[in-house]
Design a protein around this ligand. Structure first.
Ligand SMILES: [Zn+2]
Length: 294
């Protein structure tokens, strides 16, 4: 088993042996830096995107499928769109779009009047989508409201970030298996979530997971799972880009060719540039026409 200290980009799951509660710790360094590299995000925007990345990793870990989990916010505030996704293979990417340099560092200003949408895309069947209004003073509160509304399960989130790292801690109530009594479940939840909130930014960012868990829950029996490696990766490809160009329609693409000689597209997430010359573009539409004639 690899030590998380050797690969800081990982998440690790734990469950309480004597309470229906699970937890997860995530820490991102290179993944975060790869996501924001070359983007010149203003500091509060980059920091918030880091939290979105951490949240997507925390929420994707329990989903047993081949697919991805996407957290996306759309707002009327200074950040118009923010999204992060994590695949079942532990590959993350994310992006922020903002109208101007933000004048505030406040979550409620950056993402004012918006919604948070969580999509689980399993690549087979309809994606599952849940939505919550962006209320509260930070992402953690929004996610807590989301899980309370959608699943009636209590959860607590805690995020910390510095210039190069982002870390997150999640605790979530599970449906009653060990204990059915509501009062007992509530007592467990209050006890363990109160302890979780005693973590400091510094501890969450720098301590190994074993030390964090010892510091919070040394009196409890925990089952700790193997860490799951995480990394930045983009799912863009030449084929997908070609499909997006074909979707513009022949008329529009012919106009772009007349003006620019070809089509140049760079991926918003990873910056990869895709160039298509007139010959290759003509083939795109020939293929489409043949396809429709069958
Ligand atoms: Zn890309």
């Amino acid at each position: 088993m690899s030590q998380t200290t050797h690969n800081p980009d990982a998440s690790q799951r734990f469950i309480f042996e004597n309470a229906d509660i699970r937890g997860e710790i995530v820490r991102l360094n290179k993944t975060y830096l790869d996501t924001v590299r070359g983007k010149q995000y203003p500091e509060p925007v980059g920091a918030l995107l880091g939290q979105f990345l951490a949240a997507s990793a925390l929420l994707s870990t329990t989903i047993k499928f081949d697919g991805r989990l996407v957290i996306q916010a759309r707002s009327e505030g200074e950040v118009k769109v923010m999204m992060a996704e994590c695949t079942s293979a532990g590959e993350l990417r994310g992006i922020a779009r903002y109208a101007q340099a933000p004048t505030s560092e406040q979550f409620s200003e950056l993402l004012r009047g918006g919604n948070l949408v969580i999509t689980i895309d399993t690549r087979k069947g309809e994606p599952y989508q849940g939505i919550v209004e962006l209320e509260g003073t930070n992402l953690a509160e929004c996610l807590q409201a989301y899980f309370y509304q959608s699943e009636q399960l209590a959860s607590t989130f805690y995020f910390a970030a510095d210039k190069d790292h982002v870390a997150g801690l999640m605790l979530q109530q599970l449906p009653g298996q060990l204990h059915k009594d509501e009062d007992e479940r509530k007592r467990h939840w209050e006890h363990f979530s109160t302890l979780a909130r005693t973590i400091t930014d510094e501890e969450l960012l720098s301590l190994p997971n074993a030390d964090i868990l010892h510091r919070l829950y040394h009196q409890e029996e925990l089952r700790v799972f193997a860490p799951r490696d995480l990394k930045f990766a983009c799912s863009c490809s030449r084929e997908r880009t070609a499909r997006a160009i074909a979707a513009l329609g022949k008329v529009e693409v012919d106009e772009i060719i007349a003006e620019q000689g070809g089509v140049e597209i760079s991926c918003e997430f990873c910056g990869t540039e895709y160039n298509f010359g007139p010959g290759e573009l003509a083939l795109l539409f020939e293929g489409a026409e043949e396809g429709t004639s069958h």
